[in-house]
Design a protein around this ligand. Structure first.
Ligand SMILES: Cc1cc2nc3c(=O)[nH]c(=O)nc-3n(C[C@H](O)[C@H](O)[C@H](O)COP(=O)(O)OP(=O)(O)OC[C@H]3O[C@@H](n4cnc5c(N)ncnc54)[C@H](O)[C@@H]3O)c2cc1C
Length: 524
């Protein structure tokens, strides 16, 4: 996605490039989905060689980057965990270090840790149809060198946001503020807020996580929101999981609880989408029950949009409500006029004083980690592509992206994507195909935005994202059952053009365009 890429293009010069190394698959990113993708490859197509290129110095992605107090999942670990490795810790909603430990242990168990090349930021991937391969260009972030690698298949597991910079709106008067302004993505390890006043700007998952955690040590925490979110409490521990674990083998207990939670989440999502007024009144009732009598639920917990138009915020054991009930935290729903020397002046005329202001104002969306994707000399403009099954792009060969669900745990979808990629690779090998290119749909195909959410970070980037169609295989369902059918069991050759190996014929000059055999796609 060139328009929002923070990473400059760098020409690959013979002088800067090291000898080229070739693997079957390059995975970009060693976060939850990159490590998962590598495990799937190793389990399902063990003959394939692969390398994982990771820009940072450690694995874990999100769960290594974010260090703010209270960092935790906001979906349950039975669905955020991998399908192939049980989550065995007692908590269903887990803290960041436990999730990081789970990713690291999974990588170690599957021997994936040895395949990660750290401090390799991929800046460019260039596909050549004559050679049927990608040249992946990475910058060594420690040495500034350029490293080239070639591969047959590129698997982008890069998450969805910029790592170098969180999103902060253009607030007036920040230079006047005498305290400290902190973004959750860049939390100073030595930040001392004990006994002080902290204001958290925002109302999303990060803000509702931070507020109760900060309230444990701060004198007072204000959550300042422009627009409320739907906030729902979930038990931090899953009682059914604890019971089943004591009676069943770990894998059986895990699978059972995973399915239970998938079903629960799907029912909740569908009820919210089909009966939004009912869902809204239910959430309001739950909120009222957990807050002190007379609390102004209609101002602070009453979003102007329907449930699941934006991601719902889950809080374990109602910790946010408890912090509010105890008086250690409060929610203020207002608009910021300007930062002042001592805090914030609001449009209502109210002033909020603070020594620390946390801008939990979101992310900058970034597709495929900001790398420039070039196909046969032409830079891919993502906004002009249609997503194929939510994992490949029209006209872009041998490239898959692991993008998780927005209405359920990320990993449920990433597991399916990785399984699909393994099936596709297997299909190609068995049939002698070197290239799999989703055939661009008819130009008249009606399209919608690829992400069906109206959150700020989506809306800010919607014009730069690929589109999706309204029917298969151009539609992403956001429905686990339908996606299982589509990705784990469905055909891998619908609307896909395959080409056989482009090995040059003896008479053909090196580098010439080989004759490829196009196979008529089966439209499913
Ligand atoms: C604070 C927070 C809490 C969240 N909680 C939940 C939750 O509870 N449930 C849920 O479902 N989702 C949650 N999410 C979404 C979350 O990002 C995913 O669940 C999941 O961790 C994403 O994993 P990933 O590996 O796809 O991406 P990431 O975790 O973002 O990892 C991507 C990796 O790719 C690397 N990378 C990126 N670009 C390049 C490049 N060009 N070259 C080389 N390497 C690159 C990055 O350095 C990183 O290591 C949360 C997100 C945040 C920020």
């Amino acid at each position: 996605m060139p328009q929002c890429s923070p990473i400059p293009w760098k020409p690959v010069t013979a002088a800067s490039a090291e000898p080229i190394d070739h693997v079957d698959v390059v995975i970009v990113g060693a976060g939850l989905s990159g490590v998962g993708a590598a495990c799937h490859l190793r389990r399902r197509v063990p003959r394939k060689t692969f390398a994982i290129l990771e820009a940072r110095g450690d694995m874990g992605g999100t769960w290594d980057l974010f260090r703010y107090p209270g960092i935790r999942s906001d979906s349950d670990m039975f669905t955020l965990g991998y399908s192939f490795r049980p989550w065995t810790e007692p908590e269903a909603i887990a803290d960041g270090p436990s999730i990081l430990r789970y990713i690291r242990e999974t990588a170690r168990e599957h021997g994936i840790d040895r395949e990660i090349r750290y401090r390799h930021r991929v800046i460019r991937a260039e596909w050549s149809t004559p050679e049927a391969r990608w040249t992946v260009v990475a910058e060594r972030t420690d040495r500034g060198e350029i490293v080239n690698l070639t591969c047959d298949f590129l698997f982008a597991c890069t998450g969805y946001y910029r790592y170098d910079q969180g999103y902060v709106p253009d607030f007036a008067g920040t230079e006047r503020f005498r305290g400290q302004i902190v973004h959750p993505q860049d939390w100073p390890v030595d930040l001392d807020y004990a006994g002080g006043r902290v204001t958290v700007i925002g109302s999303g998952a990060t803000a509702v996580t931070l507020v109760p955690a900060l309230a444990e040590r701060a004198a007072h925490v204000t959550m300042l929101q422009r627009t409320p979110s739907y906030v729902v409490s979930l038990p931090g521990n899953d009682g059914v999981a604890l019971t089943l674990r004591s009676r069943l083998p770990a894998r059986v207990a895990y699978a059972t609880v995973r399915w239970k939670n998938v079903l629960r989440q799907m029912v909740a999502f569908n009820v919210a989408r089909r009966a939004p007024r009912f869902a809204r009144s239910l959430v309001r009732k739950w909120n009222q029950n957990q807050l002190p009598e007379g609390y102004d639920v209609d101002t602070h917990f009453n979003p102007p949009y329907e449930p699941w138009d934006q991601r719902l915020c889950l809080v374990p054991d109602g910790d946010l409500f408890q912090a509010i009930a105890s008086g250690r935290a409060e929610i203020v729903t207002d608009r910021i006029k300007t930062f002042t020397e001592r805090g914030l002046a609001l449009e209502s005329g109210r002033e909020v004083e603070a020594e620390v202001i946390v801008t939990a104002t979101g992310f900058n969306l970034l597709l495929v980690g900001g790398m420039a994707v070039v196909v046969d000399g032409e830079k891919v403009d993502f906004s002009r592509r249609v997503a194929y099954k939510g994992l490949m792009l029209s006209g872009v060969p041998n490239l898959a992206m692991a993008l998780g669900y927005t209405n359920a745990s990320w990993t449920l979808k990433c597991d399916l994507v990785a399984q699909y990629v393994c099936r596709l690779l297997d299909h190609m090998d068995r049939n002698g195909y070197a290239i799999a290119r989703p055939q661009p749909p008819d130009a008249s195909l009606p399209t919608d935005p690829i992400i069906d959410l109206r959150s700020g970070y989506v809306m800010r980037s919607i014009d730069r994202l690929p589109k999706q169609g309204r029917s298969l295989p151009w539609r992403l369902h956001q429905n686990y059952f339908r996606d299982i059918r589509l990705l784990r069991r469905g055909p891998v050759d619908d609307a896909m053009a395959f080409s056989a190996s482009p090995a040059p014929k003896p008479s053909q000059p090196a580098g010439g365009i080989p004759e490829t055999v196009e196979f008529v796609p089966r439209v499913g």
